[in-house]
Design a protein around this ligand. Structure first.
Ligand code: ATP
Ligand code: MG
Length: 427
């Protein structure tokens, strides 16, 4: 038989890694509540047309990376490659944008058929947030502050730097696009195949090339900042002034464009040098024309998405996050103590919902049972042997400290003792 394995580029997150994920997820909930964002959960599959329209037909994502298939009705569906489009679709569909502002967040898996490598997988998780109905730039700054706060709380802020840029409005890009075309046409022999293609579909995207050979060429390309209207420039200047007031450290990178079509005005990336070539941990920007593009009433929007695998890889270079160990384990010393052990465990869980109980099930000799009890990491073993069974009692043996064991009847006093040990409230 062939060995069945996970799909290339799609990874299991094992129990040993999950506690780090949960720790990050707790921080996410706390952060979002602190900034007044509400969670929204969208389906993982959408009509292909949504992404074609929102992300842009000639982006890398839509032209080569999507998992697209016909379902049994013959409708073309796509596993979401990103979720801003889904979020906008949901907000329009449920009337969340009518004469009101919205601050929304989500997490979940995204799918892109890219070449798997360090920092790049085919299923990956993003945290995303979107704010609708705010013209900015005040909300843009709040979004940046929120991402900064998150990176600070997780202890990785020293490993990342912030780059920002403005793309102005699409109408203002026509002249800039022509200037870029001109410039790159003069250096066509230096371009790779990919960039030559981008040049014909969207010359701005040549700036987004990850090819190190093009670095100098890109750095010397015309700057978009020379082509913007006064209005767009003012929007950006105002944003920078507020960033300065909040003591942000950032650089303006006039060649920063993003891989998606829908951005207007501010775009940004939090970048690290510690993950090799895949250095963008978090990215986002403003998209004032997207809602209308997807079929809603014109509504300004701004948001970000953050790659959780890349973030967690940064974290893992730090000290390990504390593991979730059981508080107590229960050791039934012989066959006929098993039912009593199950009963005791249920009773404890009912009285003390915060208590983590690890029942040493599966039977075995005393040595093996105690070995497993020790390995569980619990503070105390609650042992049920012959005598205990007869007395409706347990013996409590401290596993982490060199203290006497003690015998307890199974009643209120035992529950109170445990509640005190771990500082729990009783039901
Ligand atoms: P990149 O330039 O690295 O391809 P992108 O511009 O395609 O990124 P976005 O669509 O902006 O990325 O996604 C936001 C974030 O999601 C990225 O900054 C990154 O952290 C994460 N991300 C994107 N694609 C992948 C992937 N294939 N594997 C893991 N994380 C990813
Ligand atoms: Mg990409």
């Amino acid at each position: 038989m062939t060995k069945l394995q996970a799909i290339r580029g799609m990874h299991d997150i094992l129990p040993s890694q999950v506690h780090t994920w949960q720790w990050v997820e707790e921080h996410i909930r706390l952060l979002m509540a602190g900034y007044g964002y509400e969670e929204i959960r969208m389906p993982i599959v959408e009509a292909t047309e949504l992404f074609a329209r929102a992300v842009g037909d000639d982006t890398d994502i839509v032209s080569k990376e999507m998992y697209t298939f016909d379902d049994r009705n013959g409708d073309s569906l796509t596993l979401r490659p990103e979720a801003t489009a889904s979020c906008v679709r949901a907000a329009i569909q449920h009337g969340l944008l009518h004469n009101q502002t919205q601050r929304l967040w989500y997490t979940g898996p995204m799918f892109r058929h890219e070449r798997p490598q360090k920092g790049r997988t085919r299923q990956f998780y993003q945290l995303g947030a979107e704010a609708f109905g705010y013209p900015g730039p005040d909300i843009d700054v709040e979004i940046l502050a929120m991402t900064r706060m998150f990176l600070q709380r997780l202890g990785v802020i020293k490993k990342v730097r912030l780059e920002i840029n403005t793309l102005g409005l699409p109408a203002e890009r026509t002249e800039y696009r022509a200037a870029l075309l001109d410039y790159f046409a003069q250096h066509e022999e230096k371009l790779d195949e990919d960039s030559k293609n981008r040049l014909t579909t969207n010359p701005l995207r040549v700036l987004d090339s990850k090819n190190p050979d093009l670095k100098d060429l890109i750095e010397n390309a015309p700057s978009i900042l020379d082509y913007l209207s006064d209005e767009s420039k003012n929007h950006f200047d105002e944003l920078c002034a507020m960033l300065d007031a909040l003591k942000f450290e950032y650089t303006i990178n006039p060649r920063l464009v993003r891989g998606l079509d829908y951005y207007t005005h501010m775009v940004f990336e939090w970048i690290t040098d510690e993950l090799g070539a895949q250095g963008t941990v978090c990215a986002g920007g403003r998209y004032d024309e997207l809602v209308e593009l997807i079929g809603g009433k014109a509504t300004p929007g701004v948001g970000f998405s953050l790659g959780l695998e890349r973030l967690i890889e940064l974290l893992e270079q730090e000290e390990a996050v504390e593991v979730n160990r059981p508080h107590i384990c229960i050791v039934p010393l012989q066959e006929d103590a098993k039912a009593a052990a199950l009963q005791l465990a249920e009773m404890l869980r009912a009285y003390l919902p915060d208590l983590h109980v690890h029942n040493i099930l599966g039977g075995g000799g005393a040595r093996s049972l105690f070995k497993r009890a020790d390995k569980s990491g619990a503070q105390y073993a609650l042992i049920i042997g012959d005598e205990e069974l007869q007395q409706n009692a347990v013996t409590i043996k401290p596993l982490r400290e060199d203290l006497e064991q003690s015998r307890w009847r199974i009643d209120e006093e035992l529950f109170e003792f445990l509640a005190q040990q771990f500082d729990f409230k009783q039901e």
